[in-house]
Design a protein around this ligand. Structure first.
Ligand code: AMP
Length: 272
């Protein structure tokens, strides 16, 4: 695997590269990230990943500073799993960066209490897309709202890039793998697995979706010690609140804090 430790190192060689599939990350890699590398192997292109903790998408300085880092083992993991190129940009990637304003859908779910978060995400990705010019870029559907916004942004702005979504990888307990899980104690991890159980419970009540069901599940999570940011059932493409499973695919999405750690997850309900 070739490693580029700065933007200039990458721009010097980029004209010699073949077609690329791009898997952006913020590092502290786990099998969720690796599943995206494996998905990338289904296409003929060489694979390029990036590791960059993008401060533009954090609105909590503490969260940014505490974000777990494990560069050496990340490099080993990517190498072992057949990634061809790794870009580790220096902060100069942010110099004179064009600020992107995410559309109104970005104000729902994770955008409600994190103003500017998706502006930061699209801003850095726009820069990466210009720099790398990939044929394909792969994102996890664990961050479903991000996947949706990136997909729509690319359809509008980059006719030459195809966005692909990978399924969420979970621990046996159901807990979605996340770099932030490393900040949880074993006991908290155990509690955290209730998030997925709640999503599955709602899925099994697919025919009986209503506000009361949601309120009960929120109360249940609060009792377990979560501070629930949102637990929502919404249209899977507009993200507007909806229980209309007869006509639309729905998304059940949740964000909740356990101690200082913010966890998100979701499950899709296909229309009846
Ligand atoms: P991050 O490093 O958290 O920015 O994530 C980089 C990419 O990995 C994003 O596209 C995420 O959606 C994806 N990802 C994170 N966790 C998982 C998971 N458990 N399963 C699948 N993809 C994931």
């Amino acid at each position: 695997m070739k490693i580029y430790n700065s933007i200039s190192e990458f721009t010097n060689i980029k004209d010699n590269l073949t077609e690329l599939t791009f898997v952006p990350t913020m590092g502290n890699l786990h099998q969720g990230h690796i599943s995206l590398i494996n998905l990338a192997k289904q296409y003929e292109n060489e694979i390029i990943s990036s590791i960059f903790i993008n401060r533009l998408q954090f609105n909590d300085k503490n969260d940014y500073e505490k974000y777990p880092k494990s560069l050496e083992s990340d490099i080993e993991l990517l190498e072992k799993n057949g990634c061809d190129h790794l870009l580790i940009p220096d902060e100069s990637i942010l110099d004179d960066i064009k600020l992107i304003k995410a559309p109104s859908k970005s104000k729902k779910l994770c955008g409600k209490n994190r103003p500017g978060h998706f502006d930061g995400v699209l801003t850095i990705l726009n820069r990466f897309f210009k720099l790398i010019n990939p044929k394909i870029s792969i994102f996890g559907k664990k961050d479903y709202q991000q996947f949706l916004l990136v997909k729509e942004f690319v359809i509008k702005n980059y006719s030459n890039i195809k966005i692909i979504g990978g399924d969420t990888i979970r621990e046996d307990s159901g807990l979605a793998l996340s770099s932030r899980n490393n900040l949880l104690s074993e006991k908290e991890k155990n509690i955290a697995s209730s998030i997925y159980k709640v999503l599955c419970d709602i899925k099994s009540s697919k025919n009986l979706l209503n506000t009361e069901l949601l309120d009960n599940k929120k109360k249940y999570l609060t009792k377990l010690g979560f501070e629930v940011d949102y637990l929502t059932i919404c249209d899977a493409s507009t993200l507007e609140d909806s229980f209309s499973i007869d006509t639309n695919d729905l998304l059940v999405a949740v964000a909740a804090k356990l101690g200082e750690v913010r966890l998100i997850d979701n499950i899709l309900l296909t229309k009846l």
